[in-house]
Design a protein around this ligand. Structure first.
Ligand SMILES: C[S@@+](CC[C@H](N)C(=O)[O-])C[C@H]1O[C@@H](n2cnc3c(N)ncnc32)[C@H](O)[C@@H]1O
Length: 386
């Protein structure tokens, strides 16, 4: 099959990290826009990227892009795209839509027009008037931005943050994709000690342990494209098998997750078990004020409560003041804190080395990064000739 156009979608702020992941997977030619990375690749890339991308939300197959300012233009150009090369006769193809700053602003109308145009295209190929839609799912999206239409089919099914290990969640869980992005931004590597003192259901330590073990994030789940007859499923079986074989037997060095709530830690342990990393994380019930470490260097990565979703403002303020003491106690560590609380730096008593705007669900948050001293390089052993 010829190369296809693919789009990896991300939440705002994570595009550069997902683009980096794509380069590591062997897709260096990309164009990056708000919330999406476009790249061209062989169809096998659909399996590979769904399996391995840790920070993308979905992988979409791009069927076409064009400009449309009237419903006629939308209908005719949609109908001309090669839908029936992909959709079998029994395909189930719901149409989602969104429209920003475009003349065609009525999203339900755009959805209905696209549905009709795809049906017309399929009538021609399959020579029938009615389609049962009782087969595999091809979820179409019509997205308009400044009158530019992008038509895609979702290859992922459930969002890629759904790794399959988190059956139980806390009150304010962090998306797995965002947790993985926080670790990438913190430049955490498996030989560096990691501590999440507000670990809740364990997302940050679990994502870290999976990265440390080289476990593909999509190893234990299903994807929409697995039902598609037009794609070689044996190639995907091989990709999954290779991912299984790539799991590293060496555990990461030192991953700790603590939380004041012992009940939520039971959830964290079960999630870690389901992710296959239960032995790689030390979970313990401990309030922030009591955390201590003998590790000289490490990274503390967390998303503490921030009022909007958990705790009263007074509780949150007092907690952030305690964080200031932890920063002083762990003086040679680096700290990475995701919060929506605007007073964070003042309460903790220290300006961040770097601050990055991100989104946790629909909430605008900042990722405060405090760089500690670099650990000394290990002493070099001098080889002497004999
Ligand atoms: C925003 S949630 C963290 C969610 C977590 N990242 C997850 O994936 O589920 C904040 C967590 O901080 C914990 N917490 C609140 N006060 C605490 C304290 N004083 N010490 C330690 N943990 C605390 C709560 O029990 C809650 O699980």
């Amino acid at each position: 099959m010829q190369e296809v156009n693919l789009i990896a979608t991300t939440t705002f702020g994570l595009e550069a990290i997902a683009a980096h992941e794509l380069r590591l997977l062997g897709f260096p030619k990309q164009s990056v826009e708000n919330g999406r990375i476009m790249f061209r690749a062989a169809p096998e890339a659909i399996g590979l990227t769904n399996l391995w991308l840790r920070t993308a939300e979905r992988v979409r197959l791009c069927m076409g892009e064009f400009t449309a300012a009237t419903f006629d233009e939308l209908f005719e150009q949609t109908k001309a795209l090669p839908w029936s090369d992909w959709l079998p006769e029994n395909a189930c193809f719901p149409v989602d839509g969104k429209s920003i700053k475009s003349k065609l602003y009525s999203v339900p109308d755009c959805q209905a027009i696209v549905k009709k145009a795809v049906v017309e295209n399929m009538k021609k190929r399959y020579g029938r008037q009615w389609f049962p839609e009782d087969g595999p799912q091809y979820r179409i999206e019509v997205a308009l931005l400044n009158d530019r239409v992008t038509l895609t089919i979702d290859t992922s099914g459930a969002g890629l943050h759904k790794r399959g290990y988190r059956t139980l969640i806390s009150d304010a869980p962090l998306k797995e994709t965002l947790a993985a992005a926080m670790l990438y931004l913190a430049r955490w590597y498996p030989d560096i000690a990691l501590w999440d003192p507000f670990c809740g259901s364990g997302t940050i330590p679990i994502e870290a342990a999976m990265m440390g073990r080289g476990i593909a994030p999509g190893l234990h789940r299903q994807f929409a494209f697995q039902e598609w007859p037009g794609l070689s499923q044996s190639v995907f079986d091989e990709q999954r098998e290779a991912a299984r074989a790539a799991v590293c037997t060496d555990p990461p060095d030192h991953i700790v997750g603590t939380d004041v709530d012992p009940d939520i830690l039971r959830v964290a342990r079960r999630n870690a078990q389901a992710a296959g990393v239960a032995d790689d994380i030390h979970f313990q019930a401990l309030p922030l004020a009591e955390i201590q470490t003998k590790q000289r260097y490490g990274k503390l990565v967390c998303n503490p409560p921030y009022g909007e979703r958990l705790g009263t403002d007074a509780q949150v303020k007092s907690l952030y003041k305690d964080m200031g003491s932890v920063f002083r106690r762990f003086e040679t560590w680096s700290f990475y804190v995701l919060t929506a609380h605007e007073g964070f730096e003042n309460l903790v008593g220290r300006r961040a080395s770097k601050r990055r705007k991100l989104y946790n669900g629909n909430i605008k948050v900042d990722y405060y990064q405090y760089f500690g001293p670099r650990p000394p390089k290990p002493a070099r052993t001098t080889k002497t000739s004999q």
